[in-house]
Design a protein around this ligand. Structure first.
Ligand SMILES: NC(=O)c1ccc[n+]([C@@H]2O[C@H](COP(=O)([O-])OP(=O)(O)OC[C@H]3O[C@@H](n4cnc5c(N)ncnc54)[C@H](O)[C@@H]3O)[C@@H](O)[C@H]2O)c1
Length: 324
């Protein structure tokens, strides 16, 4: 797809981060967007920013509350988008919504592990199924699924596990890659791309906690503190003995620093993603860190989980930092 002008897109997780910047850039290029998120306030801010940027004539932006891990809500999002955009076809589907969490099969709660997996995997799967009939009716269409470098390298950083998130992101990558051949045989006007960002400056750490706990408060529960202490101790062993308030403070700082120290901004990431779609690339790495880790894993896969794997890598800071 060489131009987004006059097209209609559905996008999950449009409230902040890369989703918000994708909405802004799509709208600026003349594409109507139906977005969903769990946060109505954040989607309203995305829409307001588009209006400040200037919405081209005829372009519609609609916001729909939906939790992508719940199929009934995803179907509700799809039906509301069809009504709001008065369309029976869709050109672009961005499965972008995601959260961190579920770092360990041993110490994370089963509830957190499965919530993380379900948002990151079923969010992609349910939306693809829901929108497929509309994509099939379009003259040309593109499914853009956001995985991660954790879709080919299953740890947050050497020595720090990332269990549920990596399992889901590997699944998203496998599903998307399998669609390339599947769609070529069955619906050749639909393309599929897998997006694998490195460390991008977003509020994913803060949003993850909101989605996992349902709480807007900075006050962490004893269970959250215990999980966070485990995660921090795997990065810095002294944190195993840190007080509850130190753990809480460290997590807040971690969330802030994650956004501030990223080598790639959400706006830069959105541009790389959209340029990749226009260039018809099925494999879209986002950021120099993602490119470099991909090259390193490919050149020596057996060493990928060694503690010195990133030695000499420079200023790598872990992507996808979830709450635990
Ligand atoms: N930031 C990074 O370093 C990074 C790296 C690799 C991959 N990713 C992936 O990129 C995607 C976008 O993340 P981001 O960094 O922009 O984070 P973000 O938190 O800024 O944006 C994600 C959006 O998804 C929404 N969301 C979360 N759970 C949802 C649910 N169940 N239903 C509907 N909406 C939900 C959030 O409210 C938020 O608005 C995610 O899939 C993430 O896993 C991020």
């Amino acid at each position: 797809m060489k131009s987004f002008n006059g097209r209609i897109a559905a996008l999950t997780g449009g409230g902040t981060g890369m989703g918000r910047e994708l909405v802004r850039q799509l709208v600026a290029e003349g594409c109507s967007v139906a977005m969903c998120d769990v946060s109505g306030a954040n989607m309203a801010e995305t829409k307001r920013l588009c209006e400040v940027d200037g919405v081209p004539q005829g372009v519609r932006i609609t916001a729909h509350i939906a939790d992508v891990s719940d199929e009934a809500q995803v179907l509700g999002f799809r039906d509301a988008a069809v009504r709001a955009h008065e369309t029976d076809r869709l050109h672009l589907l961005f499965n972008n919504a995601g959260i961190g969490g579920g770092s360990s099969i041993v110490t994370s709660s089963r509830e957190e592990w499965e919530r993380t997996f379900n948002v990151n995997w079923y969010g992609v799967y349910y939306n693809t199924r829901a929108y497929l009939p509309l994509l099939l009716k379009a003259d040309e269409a593109h499914i853009v699924n956001t995985s991660s470098i954790n879709g080919f390298w299953a740890c947050l950083m050497p020595g720090v596990s990332q269990s549920a998130y990596s399992a889901a992101k590997f699944a998203v990558k496998g599903f998307t890659e399998s669609m390339i051949t599947d769609l070529r045989n069955t619906a050749p006007h639909i393309k599929a791309s897998i997006v694998m960002p490195g460390h991008i400056g977003t509020d994913i750490a803060i949003n993850t906690r909101r989605v996992l706990t349902g709480s807007d408060s900075d006050e962490m529960s004893p269970a959250e503190i215990a999980t966070a202490r485990n995660m921090l101790a795997s990065m810095a062993p002294a944190m195993a003995n840190a007080s509850d308030s130190d753990v809480q403070h460290a997590m807040l700082e971690f969330g802030k620093r994650f956004k501030e120290t990223a080598p790639t901004s959400a706006a830069q990431a959105a541009k790389i993603i959209l340029d990749g779609v226009k260039a018809d690339r099925w494999r879209i790495l986002v950021g120099d860190d993602a490119e470099a880790i991909d090259a390193r894993v490919r050149s020596d896969p057996e060493a990928a989980y060694n503690l010195d794997f990133l030695q000499g890598f420079g200023s790598y800071i872990a992507p996808d930092s979830g709450q635990s």
